[in-house]
Design a protein around this ligand. Sequence first.
Ligand code: URP
Ligand code: ZN
Ligand code: ZN
Ligand code: ZN
Length: 501
Amino acid sequence: QEFDIVLRNACVNGSHTCDIGIKNEAITALGLGLVPTEDTEVIDCEGAVVTPGGIDGHVHLAQDRSPRARAAGYVSADTIETGTRSAVAGGTTTVLLFAEQAKGQSLKEQVANYHLLAQEQGSYADYGFHAIITDPTEEVLENELPILARTGGIMSMKLFLTYKHMRISDKQFLKALKKARELKMVALVHAENGDLVDFFTEHLEEMGLTEPMYKAIAHPLEAEAEAVNRAVTFSSIMDTPMVIVHVSVQEPMQIIRKAQSLLKPVFAETCPQYLLLGKQMLAEEHFCGAKYICSPPLRSYPKEIEAIWRGIVNGTFTIFSSDHCPYRFNDPQGKQLGFSRDCNGDPKGIFTKIPNGLPGVETRVPLLFSEGVLKRQCIDVKRFVELTSENPAKLYGLYPKKGAIQIGSDADLVIWHQQESFIPKRLNHDRDLHDGCDYSPYEGIEFLNWPRMTLLRGKIVFREGSIVGKRGYGQFIRRKPCSLPFQRRMGKQWNVLQAAL
Ligand code: URP
Ligand code: ZN
Ligand code: ZN
Ligand code: ZN
């Protein structure tokens, strides 16, 4: 057997040490004492942990192309180029991006636009798309979506229960879920009660309470809990696999856990910000609170953070994604984070004008390794791999091509190596990260490990602090249906009326 690369002495998923042989983009051998030929590159892992490349199931890049973002004047800090460059530098080899349909627009056309954009900008990581459906018309559900799922390899849709320009009614929600079931797609749901959020937001605005810290009050946990309860109920009625994305707080997590214990097809995602940051960040001076505006908002520290950690440990969370959605803090036009200046020239602003989202595609995998496996020691490497790679691969139809260190899987690998000089002692955005943003919410955090190398389909793309991959090497990946286990009612014969009877 000939190899392009042999990784020697790799501690595979933290469990046992062997060599990994790679040929033509794939893993072709696992064993002791693999024999290199003259042309084989041999990398000695010296017993370091090797994990499958990270899969980030929730990444917003270049979304300023959508008419909605344009109208608001928001400019995403990352293109597909800079965002995926940042991903591989943090051990993520596959990202799932959002192709967003604006109301009144064709979904097919939007997906075509994003394909073109990825071609133009060039991706460092492999990628797929979730279809954001904001306007589930007959045309979209009956004509466009079946083509995207059956020939386009897009096996997931994201639905919003909040945001004025994106949310759908309960009836539309049910229709979309019914279609998702038929097409074997997974539904991602942004679950916050939009009316409840609007009600509080308007009230706060009337009272002049518009500093960033009021974001947390405008989006109470009840808004999340109510919408999660409704989404889980609908998923159950429609018998459609559903992922509740960016779960931020205990109550909705408990609703999900109960549904899971009843074998409902409900999966859950949380994100680094809900494990590490509390809402007190929103009150940072010099308007720095604007850096931490996201939906759902940051919650109480440490109470809710500890609850979310329990969900990481006890299996409630299926996947751990970044929800990378970057906007620069300092924008020459002064528009970006809802800036204006007060009479002293100090920045101030209105939270409703601040675009939602934090950067984090690069820090996601190293943060969970450092905080969960090494500092808290509350999860082992196996659970870490499940959350960051294996489960997202299964949930989103990429497994076992992605998300596994197995013969035949893509050679997407991360080599960890503790105590190397390139591990950031105190994270500094400009020195350590590779994205297009100008800050990281995790600045100052000490990392106890960081990927020494990232390989994507047998090519080293990141090595000891430097990007060595090529822009455009990343490929679009056609996906299959979800392969995580869940209980299906009445199999193929299922129909709405029978299910209700
Ligand atoms: O605040 C967030 N999460 N922004 C990104 C858009 C979304 O809702 O996922
Ligand atoms: Zn969302
Ligand atoms: Zn400041
Ligand atoms: Zn998001």
